[in-house]
Design a protein around this ligand. Structure first.
Ligand SMILES: [Zn+2]
Length: 377
């Protein structure tokens, strides 16, 4: 028993000096890292909110309705990520608290044992009456003092052990309360997460309804196609405005995504609505979230929302040659960045005027769209 007490005493000292600070420090650095990521997401949310407000003020077009929902979806998804992060952070904290509770329980139990041991020895002392002890002593003052000191020391030790026990109990109760609060906050965040997910589903449904409406109505379909053509001409003017530079990259293109061609370049005729339009690129039926790579090396001259094109990137390869990648779910190359051929610049999505996930890919020469199939291997 004594050996056990000695062992557990040293073990708790060991825990206190080495393991506990290490474990807490370890999780603290993870928490710190998560906190800075959270900070990053917060600023992204602010940015998206600003874009959304700007769009809200501008939009009164057919495609603009989809654009608005896309921007909203983007914001909601970032918010979802934010809630997820906060939940993660909290779960980390709950783990920390659990660790501390277990430690504090051990301390409390130890103190309990010590208190019990003290009580037992006091009880045994009472069996042996105080006066008997005194009387059994010689008439030596030193003996008297010695006995007195021993009793006093025992009494102050008892007080100290009891004190430590009370402190350990207080700590334990405080931690249990903290844990209770953390758990209820986590539940709150989980509900928030669920609500955000439902909001995203609702927005996606609304988006689908608007697209179906455009597709089934000749007037709105024509309006949407006209808006796309206007945007295409805007891109042409933008590309022409760039200062000319010599051709960079390999001079040969590679496929920017893998998948079948779901819509070719050139004139398109809708057999149901009898609407004639012109497809300025090719559609590659790639999976949602699959990588989009730069068809050749060059400099990114546009990266961001572009109305009906959704999230789009334009790369200037010099010599009047450029490529455009549209409807991405996420962009990972930024304006001014020099990209290599084959470098991932974004991920396939369905943003903008798109009924399903695919990559809309354009090759432009002096700003004018040409048939990419004539240039791709
Ligand atoms: Zn297309």
């Amino acid at each position: 028993m004594k050996r056990y007490i000695v062992f557990s005493f040293f073990f708790s000292i060991f825990l206190l000096t080495f393991i506990l600070p290490y474990a807490l420090g370890q999780s603290n650095s993870v928490v710190e890292q998560k906190r800075s990521e959270l900070e990053n997401i917060r600023s992204q949310i602010e940015e998206k909110r600003a874009i959304l407000n700007q769009l809200k003020q501008q939009e009164n077009s057919i495609i603009g309705q989809i654009d608005l929902i896309d921007a909203n979806l983007d914001l909601k998804e970032t918010e979802l990520k934010d809630v997820n992060y906060r939940l993660n952070l909290l779960q980390q904290k709950i783990q920390d608290t659990n660790f501390q509770i277990n430690y504090q329980r051990k301390v409390t139990q130890e103190k309990e044992t010590q208190v019990a041991n003290r009580l037992r020895s006091i009880y045994m002392m009472q069996e042996l009456p105080f006066f008997d002890i005194i009387l059994s002593m010689n008439n030596n003052v030193n003996d008297w003092f010695e006995t007195f000191f021993i009793f006093e020391r025992i009494a102050s030790q008892d007080k100290e052990v009891l004190n430590q026990y009370n402190i350990a109990m207080e700590n334990l109760n405080r931690l249990l309360k903290t844990q209770e609060e953390e758990k209820s906050k986590a539940l709150e965040l989980k509900n928030d997460l669920e609500q955000k997910k439902q909001e995203i589903v609702a927005q996606r449904n609304e988006r689908q309804a608007i697209l179906r409406n455009i597709m089934s109505n000749r007037a709105s379909y024509e309006a949407a196609e006209a808006e796309l053509q206007a945007k295409s001409q805007e891109i042409e003017a933008f590309l022409r405005s760039l200062s000319s530079s010599p051709r960079v990259g390999s001079g040969k293109f590679i496929w920017p995504a893998s998948g079948p061609i779901t819509s070719p370049f050139g004139p398109r005729f809708d057999p149901y609505l009898h609407v004639q339009s012109f497809h300025t690129g090719i559609d590659i039926g790639a999976e949602y979230g699959s990588p989009i790579v730069a068809a050749d090396g060059g400099r990114v001259v546009y990266s961001g929302w572009y109305d009906g094109y959704g999230k789009a990137i334009i790369i200037d390869h010099g010599g009047g040659v450029s490529t455009l990648y549209a409807h991405a779910s996420r962009l990972v190359a930024y304006v001014g960045e020099n990209v290599r051929q084959g470098q991932v610049i974004g991920y396939v999505g369905d943003t903008g005027y798109a009924t399903g996930p695919h990559l809309h890919f354009e090759i432009r020469i002096n700003g004018k769209p040409v048939n990419p199939l004539l240039y791709l291997p």
